[in-house]
Design a protein around this ligand. Structure first.
Ligand SMILES: [Zn+2]
Length: 115
């Protein structure tokens, strides 16, 4: 948390102060939520193998053929995976998706590329 509070969005006063989760303007009495945009953008960003930012619902392709535990065949490079979901998976798995022929599974963002 920085010492610099944002100015009042109502009257641009710089004398705002914080009260619990609210910011308060002493000049016009405006109160608003202290959760700033900078805190939201500080959330972990998940990127694919080449640095594209991934989002829920993206379609990606697998960049590296890999074995899948319990599956008959390997997950091949170039396999398309639709409608990914960003998750806090086990280990460094950060994507969940349904993969054709494999079903629901977790993937690492480092081995996918956004299409
Ligand atoms: Zn104000």
């Amino acid at each position: 948390m920085s010492d610099t509070l944002p100015p009042c969005p109502n009257c641009s006063s710089e004398y705002t102060y914080q009260m619990d989760a609210l910011l308060v303007c002493p000049e016009c009495g405006h109160e608003w939520n202290a959760v700033s945009e900078s805190e939201e953008t500080a959330e972990a960003v998940i990127k694919d193998a080449v640095g594209n930012i991934l989002q829920d619902g993206d379609t990606v392709s697998i960049t590296k053929t890999m074995k899948v535990k319990g599956a008959q065949s390997a997950l091949k490079a170039g396999t398309k995976v639709r409608n990914i979901r960003l998750v806090q998976g086990t280990g460094d798995h950060d994507i969940a998706a349904k993969v054709d022929g494999f079903g629901q599974m977790e993937l690492k963002s480092s081995i996918v590329k956004k299409i």
